[in-house]
Design a protein around this ligand. Structure first.
Ligand SMILES: [Zn+2]
Length: 1013
């Protein structure tokens, strides 16, 4: 298999460009006008230039007016095919990644349509959520912002989303993407929102939804909880990490004998990258399997000590506050003693060793607050990879901490508010921001208490809010959760039942689902679908049951979710709960991933023309964390099955050097400019959608894909080559009607039958490539076929027959028979990718067909009998000889011995006697044996495009020839042709001059004029 991403044609033979014979004949003013007019020149109105900016919209209009997509998606004979669209956010103009995504989908859909399937593609948009809310707020003046209510914000957000949907829809349609653009799905329409509340309701009834006070990713900069899919981990985040000693206050029975002697001066050493969580510390976790050591601490003295410790000592001397010294003895993991000794700049000598499990229930005193806490048993996350082997545990600020805390019945202390400021529960730190001065204050307090062993900068992956690009924190809040634990096994089974393309996709999503925590689905925003819950004003108890959910769902189906803000609590509640304002409504909205993750219910299940599960979901590989997962979870939770049968993922777009696109690098490729052209059309020509689509087919989408101006230019050239090949075929069929003029297969010359064999091979390969979603194989095969098989070989040879023969001559009609087959299949095979050009070709077919559009023709049509490997074997050999002959002719041409190959005679010797026999049959003019083939096609002179070929019995005859090539198997020479040049066909012939009627013509042209050749 060839490597994707190469734009060079692999031209294995005849690298000379095909001579534009027609142009030459037309320009030759010396030829008598009468003969010039007897040459059959190509005729077509199919433009040499794509003129895509004008032509593509015309073709799209033709499709729309004739309802080609609509009719095929209803009337095709095959099964329904549903590629379910992952909704992009309705917040801004499209970038090249959108183009890659939507065009990949369209290539698949169009191929399936051509395969006879009823393809029904409903494009969608994700309309709720923070990205749009932020855009709306950013566009407002300060005064407006002050008067903003949830409803007015929602209205502005809705208008913004609608406008963006319309703009994006126009762009997608301009790419040539077919679908139900009149009825897209929007996550903000009442029917969608009602279906989503339905999914939520089913999960509530199955017991998968609960309210909990748990640490969640919290973004102080946007004041909301965030899902894991809403986080990013930028490079180079540096935290202030600290080593801290907590003084021990009591020992568990198991370690008492061994450690009692150290007790008053004994501390547990921990390490953390979030010093601000120390005020919330409620435990220290150990690994029960690890061995821990009690070490005696001595600060290293003199110049031998590390700089850190020297400074530390210095600062302690100068700082009168640090009266309290670090404990004399520390507990650390035994394996870490050496490393910690270096890190802390302290001499650590081991005094005793104990097992981790024995330390459980020993107690220590918080260094900043008057409280005692215990040593607890943590999980596998307690390792000796970093830190001290003992883990600071704050159940309000970490997922693992929370789990351990639950096991030991610890409170969930989270003294941090929505802005990220310490609350009064944090005592002296109240009001300070944990990402700034609060963090500093905690470190300073630990230092003055003598608990701080060491501070050092630590570079690691740290989560940021994907929208505001600011760090987030883990903070316990009251949130609504979907219990993934409740259906994790089913979700993993569903994953295993799906076909993942590429296969690594399964390896990505499986551990993500296996290891993920429960899904926090509530958000503190206004622009979203409300969690339809009510709370008891007095007790705070939530009211959420089948009846209340169904009631809200019915209201939403009619009025949309604005009703949640517009209507009173009484109106939102079923009758039996309407009593004396006992309830208030909740203010949380759902995570937008719950919105889009419900699309299988709101779209696939709700629309009668669609099917659930979908045949395919297709998005960028980041959606293993996002939409693929959220859709899977909601679908498995309610229906115990995946919402898709196949998931195809693609990579991201980079520039030629593999860099991300950015304005500052100037490497951004805007799909709109690729299509319409830029301000300077010389630098940024209007390539049209087909070039963009050809690019999509050319890349290996399974990893990140490159795009650049240079790449696009090369692709435009390839598009033009294919276009010109099609134009040549169209032009030479201007007087051909397959119904009347086609030559039966059995009567075709060998060359034509060989070409049909190639056509069968090539289009079988293309079909397989598309079936397997290996579009780059399609790209390379089509490109090679057009350039190597057609342009440089078959069509190059065909020109003589097409132009010179009588219009209705056998040798011309047989060639046209092959050209028509090649053209129709070429147009069909490129249609999934180069959809506009394929249709353009179809509209210029010079003979009637039953199909108005190329898409109505169904897929390529190949005949079993074309497959002829034996014939192919000998023609492959002939093509190899032709390649060598062309090289020799090229020598003669560049040395100006001949102007064109027709001025030459080829001398040819082959050592293989069987092959020599074959060549003799193909060289009737050599007169050595009778020539059964003499059909005016299967002759070496035509194969080589020379006037004569002389077969040699031995290679010696080549000795005196200036331009030659010799190997063990082959000898080739080029000499000047005999005779004179025919004025009509430019072949050389000794016959020229013999006819009194046509003294300037050869023995072929005279019968040709009489309709006999
Ligand atoms: Zn002639």
């Amino acid at each position: 298999m060839t490597e994707p991403g190469s734009y060079e044609t692999n031209v294995s033979e005849d690298t000379s460009p095909p001579v534009s014979y027609a142009a030459k004949v037309a320009e030759d003013t010396s030829a008598p006008a009468a003969y010039k007019e007897t040459v059959n020149l190509p005729k077509t109105k199919f433009d040499m230039r794509a003129n895509a900016n004008k032509r593509e919209p015309e073709i799209q209009k033709f499709w729309a007016e004739n309802q080609i997509y609509e009719r095929l998606s209803q009337n095709n004979p095959g099964e329904i095919f549903i590629l379910h669209d992952g909704p992009p956010y309705a917040n801004g103009s499209l970038h090249i990644g959108h183009a890659l995504n939507k065009i990949l989908k369209d290539i698949i859909n169009r191929f399936q349509l051509l395969q006879g399937r009823k393809v029904r593609y409903v494009p969608g948009w994700d309309c709720h959520g923070l990205p749009i809310e932020l855009k709306v707020i950013q566009n407002m003046k300060a005064q407006e912002r002050a008067g903003l209510t949830p409803l007015s914000l929602r209205h502005k957000a809705r208008d913004f989303a609608l406008k963006t949907v319309q703009e994006q829809s126009q762009s997608f349609q301009r790419y040539g993407v077919w679908g139900d653009w009149e009825h897209p799905y929007l996550t903000m329409t009442p029917e969608y929102e009602a279906a989503q509340i339905g999914v939520f309701g089913q999960m509530v009834l199955k017991g998968y939804i609960y309210r909990g006070f748990k640490p969640v990713y919290w973004s102080p900069s946007s004041k909301t909880a965030l899902a894991e899919a809403e986080l990013e981990y930028p490079e180079g985040h540096t935290s202030r990490s600290i080593y801290v000693a907590f003084p021990m206050t009591s020992l568990a029975a198991g370690v008492k004998p061994a450690l009692e002697e150290f007790l008053p001066d004994l501390g547990v050493a921990i390490w953390t990258t979030t010093p601000w969580t120390i005020p919330a510390n409620l435990a220290v976790a150990v690994n029960p399997e690890l061995t821990y050591a009690v070490v005696e601490v001595r600060s290293q003295k003199g110049s031998e000590g590390s700089e850190g410790s020297g400074e530390e000592l210095q600062s302690k001397i100068q700082n009168p506050k640090s009266k309290i010294q670090n404990p004399k003895y520390l507990i650390v993991a035994a394996d870490l003693v050496e490393r910690l000794s270096a890190t802390l700049g302290m001499q650590l000598s081991v005094k005793a060793k104990v097992k981790g499990s024995d330390l459980e229930h020993s107690t220590y005193r918080h260094p900043l607050f008057e409280r005692e806490s215990s040593i607890v048993i943590g999980g596998d996350y307690v390792t000796t990879e970093s830190g001290t082997g003992l883990v600071h545990t704050a159940p309000g600020h970490g997922q693992e901490d929370y789990m351990v805390g639950q096991r030991y019945g610890l409170p969930i202390l989270s003294p941090v508010d929505a802005d990220g400021n310490f609350t009064p529960e944090a005592g002296q730190f109240a009001g300070l921001n944990v990402l700034g001065e609060g963090n500093q204050a905690a470190i300073a307090a630990l230092e003055s208490s003598g608990a701080l062993l060491k501070e050092e900068p630590y570079v690691h992956k740290y989560p940021y809010d994907w929208r505001t690009k600011k760090p987030v924190i883990l903070r316990a809040t009251e949130q609504w959760f979907a219990s993934v634990e409740g259906f994790r096994e089913e979700a993993l089974k569903a994953i295993a039942s799906v076909n993942w393309i590429p296969a690594q996709g399964e390896n990505r999503i499986t551990p993500m689902v296996a290891e993920r925590s429960d899904w926090c689905i509530s958000r503190q925003r206004s622009w979203g679908v409300p969690i339809p819950v009510f709370y008891d004003e007095e007790t705070g108890e939530p009211l959420l049951n089948e009846e209340t959910i169904a009631h809200v769902q019915a209201i939403v189906a009619e009025k949309g979710t604005d009703a949640w803000w517009e209507l009173s609590v009484e109106e939102l509640l079923p009758e039996k709960y309407r009593n004396n304002s006992r309830y208030r409504k909740g203010t949380d909205t759902m995570d937008v991933w719950f919105d889009s993750g419900s699309s299988w219910a709101a779209v696939l299940k709700q629309r009668p023309e669609l099917r659930y599960p979908a045949d395919m979901y297709l998005e960028g590989s980041d959606q293993h964390r996002g939409w693929f997962q959220s859709s899977l979870l909601t679908s498995v939770a309610t229906n115990d099955r995946a919402p898709y049968k196949t998931v195809l993922t693609h990579g991201f777009t980079l520039d030629e050097q593999g860099r991300k696109m950015s304005k500052s690098l100037g490497n951004v490729i805007d799909p709109a400019i690729v299509i319409e052209g830029g301000k300077n059309q010389k630098e940024e020509p209007a390539y049209g959608a087909d070039v963009l689509r050809l690019w999509v087919s050319s890349v290996d989408y399974t990893s990140d894909v490159p795009i650049s101006k240079n790449i696009l230019k090369q692709l435009a050239d390839i598009r033009n080559k294919i276009r010109n090949t099609a134009r040549f075929l169209l032009g030479n069929l201007h007087d051909f009607d397959p119904d009347k003029d086609a030559v039966p297969y059995e009567e075709l010359p060998e060359l034509d039958r060989y070409m049909l064999h190639r056509i069968a091979e090539v289009f079988t390969e293309v079909t397989q490539a598309l079936e397997k979603f290996q579009f780059f194989r399609f790209f390379q095969t089509m490109q090679n076929f057009c350039v190597v098989d057609l342009s440089n070989f078959y069509l190059d040879i065909a020109k003589d027959r097409l132009y010179i023969s009588a219009p209705d001559a056998f040798r011309r009609r047989s060639c046209q028979t092959v050209l028509a087959i090649a053209l129709e299949n070429l147009a069909t095979a490129i249609a999934p990718v180069l959809c506009h050009m394929a249709e353009d070709i179809w509209q210029y077919l010079p003979y009637p067909t039953p199909y108005k559009s190329v898409f109505e023709r169904s897929w390529v049509k190949l005949d079993e009998k074309w497959h002829n490997p034996q014939l192919a074997q000998s023609w492959v050999k002939l093509r190899q000889i032709r390649t060598e002959v062309n090289k020799v002719l090229e020598q003669a041409r560049s040395a100006k011995m001949v102007g064109s190959s027709l001025e030459a005679k080829v001398l040819l010797y082959v050592s293989d006697s069987q092959l020599r026999q074959k060549l003799q049959e193909l060289n009737p003019t050599s007169n050595t044996i009778p020539h059964p083939s003499n059909n005016g096609v299967d002759e070496l002179r035509y194969l080589f495009i020379t006037s004569f070929v002389e077969l040699l019995d031995s290679p010696e005859a080549l000795a005196g020839v200036t331009y030659n090539f010799q190997s063990d198997a082959l000898g080739i020479g080029a000499v000047e042709a005999d005779g004179k040049k025919c004025d009509r066909c430019w072949n050389y012939s000794t016959y020229v001059g013999e006819s009194t009627e046509h003294p300037l013509l050869c023995e072929r042209c005279i019968p040709a004029l009489a309709g006999k050749f």
